[in-house]
Design a binder for this molecule. Structure first.
Ligand SMILES: [Zn+2]
Ligand SMILES: [Zn+2]
Length: 146
């Protein structure tokens, strides 16, 4: 089969795709493809995981979705495409938003133009560590990705 070069990803709207779009709109939970599939399968019993996956890929190509890699085990998706950072609870996997760090803070070598900055924080959320709420713990540990 001859496929045209992928310049303009074509996005045919189907009820299932509309459901995925609706689920993602304003969604702050940074769901994985599996999460989205599990949530929407009830509404669309005939929907396959491939539909979810392919829809996410189309949205990524169209720039309406960001893939975040803070969770090493699976890709998570964020409909908020404005630059911002994330922190993740290593216990329950909850991902929360943080404002983007100031780019001028980056110690880039002279002449290197910083375009974006990706800082990920790992820690334990309040729900997962109720005992540590009183203690002074720095729950924001910065961890470099390999
Ligand atoms: Zn947690
Ligand atoms: Zn986010």
């Amino acid at each position: 089969m001859n496929k045209p070069p992928k310049k303009q990803p074509d996005f045919r709207m189907t009820p299932q795709r509309a459901g995925i779009l609706h689920f993602l709109e304003g969604n702050k939970s940074h769901p994985s493809a599996e999460d989205i599939y599990a949530r929407l399968r009830r509404k669309f019993p005939g929907m396959s995981f491939a539909t979810v996956y392919n829809t996410l890929q189309s949205l990524l190509a169209l720039g309406g979705l960001t893939e975040i890699k803070i969770d090493g085990s699976r890709a998570r998706f964020d409909p908020d495409c404005k630059p911002h950072s994330h922190l993740m609870c290593v216990s329950c996997g909850t991902i929360a938003d943080l404002p983007a760090p100031k780019l001028r803070a980056a110690r880039a070598p002279k002449g290197f133009k910083v375009l974006r900055c990706n800082v990920e924080f790992y820690g334990v959320c309040r729900r997962c560590a109720p005992g540590t709420a009183k203690k002074e713990t720095s729950s924001c540990q910065k961890k470099k990705r390999r």
